[in-house]
Design a protein around this ligand. Structure first.
Ligand SMILES: [Zn+2]
Length: 142
């Protein structure tokens, strides 16, 4: 099969996605540690499988890929199969909204970070700390 520019673009995107786990780990885990928070990762029992869930407060943290979750600043659709990608990213955004609304209805504070936020540790810390303040005094839902 001929390897066109579209495929190269896609494999570039996929290689970035595969590295997501370790980048999140390196960027968010030390912030949670410094805030004195114990946490669970990739909590499949909750809607949207939050990347981090605090152990003692009802705070669920998502770190969303700029591409897959349709960041308005950085999501650039591949030129090939454009219809497919537009529909796919739109589906992901709607699913994100549904899952996060479901979490809020259950009593969770949802902190959404973008992949592009990870470069600014102070901003990541401030967003998580704000979520913790909103959650303080609330019991973690079962
Ligand atoms: Zn972005």
């Amino acid at each position: 099969m001929h390897r066109g520019p579209g495929q190269e673009k896609r494999s570039y995107i996929m290689s970035r996605v595969r590295s997501k786990g370790s980048r999140i780990e390196q960027s968010v885990a030390p912030v949670l540690d410094s805030l004195g928070q114990a946490y669970q990762q990739h909590v499949a029992a909750l809607p949207g499988k939050p990347d981090f869930v605090l152990t003692l407060l009802p705070v669920a943290i998502f770190v969303d890929s700029c591409f897959w979750h349709g960041c308005t600043l950085h999501c650039r659709m591949p030129k090939s199969n454009a219809d497919y990608w537009v529909a796919k990213i739109d589906y992901n955004r709607r699913r994100d909204n549904r899952q996060r609304s479901a979490l809020r209805r259950r009593g969770w504070i949802v902190v959404r970070l973008w992949e592009h936020d990870l470069a600014r540790e102070a901003a990541v810390r401030a967003r998580i700390a704000a979520g913790m303040r909103r959650a303080s005094g609330r019991a973690r839902p079962a």
